[in-house]
Design a protein around this ligand. Structure first.
Ligand SMILES: [Zn+2]
Length: 403
């Protein structure tokens, strides 16, 4: 496994020792060809669907049984790391190679390498799994263009794919029974808990709000304190309120951030007249997210009243978190216990292909400890020991589901 990960890391290598394999690029294609070769060598029946998802299959004893699937992605962000995506792809291959030695299984097994998981090139994340689960139409896909002006249909054509056939990539209900993705964690939770592997309970989703505070710009020397409508003073309290509410809901896996603040006119000698800021609230439980958002909005109204500066709230995004299947969480827990592997349940702050696969199959995820929680960076790192533990757990869970 480590040899394969090392070899993958040399494809699209950057001068900063990162991996640069954007979806549908030559580098990505080289890595895909290499990986298809490995899958064939492992006796998988390999096909590539209309959008470029690679599907390797081993038949089971029951021709009517849905597949037990695993997989991840091997495309990267610009100058990315060597583990995000690749670890799950390689772990899935290793698990299927091991399962072939454990005798006949009832269900077929599949290894899926999703295309274009990263949004870096076409500003669309998890495209391959969206196409596989019918969550994106050809019309929308045809509007995507990269920063060099290359439309997605042309980028696909250059690697031998026809976007007109996109709908043939859609899988039907019943084709896949379960899907388990192994991935490096993109936070330091496992590291802080001294654990090599974890079981994901849900994938977080955001509620995002644009906030505009209207004050009155005036001379900082000539405006007495009691005559001011300082939009930034009001905005500061909004920032603190978001932080306080998120802290109050932290036990319910809520996080809240104001990551950007634009002050107008933005001069040292002018009382701020207008401030735009953006609230990013995330959680894995819709009720907790809604409650925290309502609390923030209530606090915003109080702050507006206190300072007499109008505050406009504009909802931008309100996505639903994806809960992992309780059955898969249980199978993973039992498998870990049987193997003597210590784990914990944890949320995923980042999105993954497993999110989309939830509409087709029971889904679960295994997280691997990631040094400093760093990812999308050349220095992201997971240790061979932790990856091996993850493969043990993945193999056992797939076995229990497929036998
Ligand atoms: Zn990833």
């Amino acid at each position: 496994m480590m040899d394969v990960l090392t070899h993958l890391s040399t494809i699209g290598r950057t001068k900063d020792n990162g991996s640069h394999r954007l979806a549908y690029s030559n580098e990505d294609d080289l890595a895909r060809d290499y990986f298809i070769g490995l899958m064939k060598k492992a006796h998988l029946n390999v096909r590539v669907d209309a959008v470029g998802n690679i599907i390797g299959r081993l038949e089971g004893q029951d021709p009517h049984a849905g597949a037990i699937a695993t997989g991840s992605h091997i495309d990267t962000v610009p100058n990315g790391g060597h583990y995000d995506g690749m670890t799950g792809a390689v772990a899935g291959l290793a698990a299927l190679m091991r399962l072939q030695k454990r005798g006949a299984l009832k269900h077929p097994l599949e290894l899926i390498i999703f295309q274009m998981e990263e949004s870096s090139r076409f500003a669309m994340a998890t495209f391959g799994s969206k196409a596989m689960t019918g969550k994106i139409s050809q019309d929308i896909a045809k509007t995507l263009t990269d920063k060099d002006g290359i439309p997605l249909p042309l980028a696909m054509e250059r690697v031998g794919l026809d976007i007109e056939k996109m709908e043939t990539a859609v899988r039907q209900k019943g084709e896949i029974d379960a899907f388990i993705e192994l991935h490096i964690e993109q936070s330091p939770t496992l590291e802080l808990n001294n654990l090599g592997v974890g079981i994901v309970k849900a994938i977080a989703a955001p509620i995002r709000t644009h906030v505009k505070v209207i004050g009155k710009a005036s001379h900082s020397g000539g405006t007495a304190m009691n005559q001011r409508k300082d939009a930034l003073v009001t905005a500061s309290e909004v920032v603190l309120a978001v932080n306080e509410v998120a802290n109050a809901y932290a036990s319910k896996d809520i996080v809240g951030t104001v990551g950007n603040l634009v002050v107008k006119p933005g001069a040292i000698n002018v009382v701020p007249g207008e401030v735009d800021l953006w609230i990013d609230l995330r959680g894995i439980n819709r009720a907790a997210m809604d409650a925290a958002q309502a609390e923030i909005e209530k606090r915003v109204r109080e702050i507006e009243k206190k300072y007499g500066t109008p505050i406009h709230l504009k909802p931008l995004v309100s996505d639903n978190p994806v809960t992992m299947s309780p059955e898969i969480i249980e199978v993973l827990g039992q498998s870990a216990q049987a193997l003597g592997i210590a784990t914990m349940q944890l949320p995923s702050g980042a999105g993954h292909d497993a999110m989309n696969m939830g509409s087709l199959a029971k889904v679960g995820m295994i997280f691997i400890r990631n040094k400093d929680g760093l990812s999308h960076h050349p220095l992201e790192y997971a240790s061979p020991d932790d990856i091996a533990l993850g493969v043990d757990l993945l193999t056992e869970a797939l076995y229990r589901l497929a036998k």
